[in-house]
Design a protein around this ligand. Structure first.
Ligand code: URA
Length: 311
């Protein structure tokens, strides 16, 4: 099936985020493939694309070429018709470039925040909710913590880590001698991932959703220039480091993101679960001790002994 040309039987393909996509599936690329296959089976040989659909597919193509979408059916992407008719957009395409303008860190972060509100690569996925939740904390922070995506509470208050996991994180920071105002808290994905008939339930973001929002975390790191980053949980680690390994295999050593030392640890929500035993708590705490050492923070004997088994 071709995307354009002399048409024997043509269907108009509109963006997945619009009303033209008749199949309800979670990933736009799957919807496109399913839709085209169904059309082909009906004898349709050509499709016409509207501008929004072209942009979505260009973005998928760019990411597939850049190798940033490991979980996508790789073979299916080049088979999609727009690949033959929609070459990668020129580097001037504003939709995939974030630019932080302003002379102070606060102003530059504010300009990023404004761009995130309508960020086309995220919006066009059609799998994220409307409310944008950016970041909170100190632009001069020495420590930056990165989670995966806002949940129900974060969306309601438009602030990262304010739900139960956020409470736990606040407690961990307090045990380190830090307040939320001293650090910078952000998420890779700036919108709450959506689910069918969603109420208070949350889901972890997909690789596509993280790839769409990654330019923001990069730009935030560039502005904040923290001395150390903590990736909270396996999904955040996957988003920042490129999808390698579990928390257990990644924690306990130093990694790097954009030239900044990065430590991986458990997501605070993991500590809320019943399987979070003393060993897990101690492991997370040892990650925090490593960060404190890296930041030359004073560590008391009491702090060193947190979550050690009592003899
Ligand atoms: N989990 C995250 O990863 N981020 C939040 O902001 C809240 C919960």
């Amino acid at each position: 099936m071709q995307a354009h040309g002399s048409v024997r039987k043509t269907r108009r393909l509109r963006c997945a985020a619009g009303t033209g996509m008749p199949i309800a599936v979670s990933r736009p690329v799957d919807a496109v493939i399913d839709f085209l296959e169904a059309e082909k089976a009906r004898g349709v040989t050509h499709v016409a694309l509207d501008d929004e659909a072209k942009e979505v597919l260009r973005e998928l193509y760019r990411r597939a070429r850049a190798g940033t979408r490991p979980a996508v059916k790789q073979a299916a992407v080049p088979a999609a018709p727009p690949v033959t008719t929609a070459p990668p957009a020129p580097a001037t395409a504003a939709v995939t470039e974030v630019s932080a303008t302003g002379t102070t860190k606060t102003a530059r972060l504010a300009s990023l925040r404004a761009q995130a509100e309508t960020w086309p690569p995220a919006r066009s996925l059609g799998t994220l909710r409307q409310t944008m939740v950016f970041a909170t904390g100190n632009p001069d922070a020495r420590l930056m913590l990165v989670g995966e995506a806002p949940g129900h509470e974060e969306e309601r208050k438009r602030e990262p880590f304010v739900g139960p996991a956020g409470q736990k994180l606040t407690d961990i920071l307090k045990a380190m001698g830090l307040s939320r105002d001293e650090v910078y808290l952000s998420n890779i994905v700036k919108f709450r991932p959506s689910t069918p008939r969603q109420t208070t339930n949350n889901r972890k973001p997909s690789p596509e959703e993280m790839a769409a929002c990654l330019p923001f975390i990069r730009a935030e790191v560039e502005i904040i220039r923290p001395e150390c980053i903590i990736a909270l949980g396996g999904t955040a680690a996957e988003g920042l480091l490129g999808g390698v390994g579990s928390v257990s295999s990644l924690r306990g050593s130093w990694h790097e993101f954009a030239g900044i030392p990065l430590r991986v640890t458990f997501h605070p929500s993991f500590l809320l679960r019943s399987q979070a035993d003393l060993t897990t708590k101690r492991q997370l705490w040892e990650d925090m001790l490593s960060v404190m050492e890296r930041l030359d923070m004073e560590i008391s004997e009491k702090q060193r002994g947190f979550f050690l088994p009592k003899d």
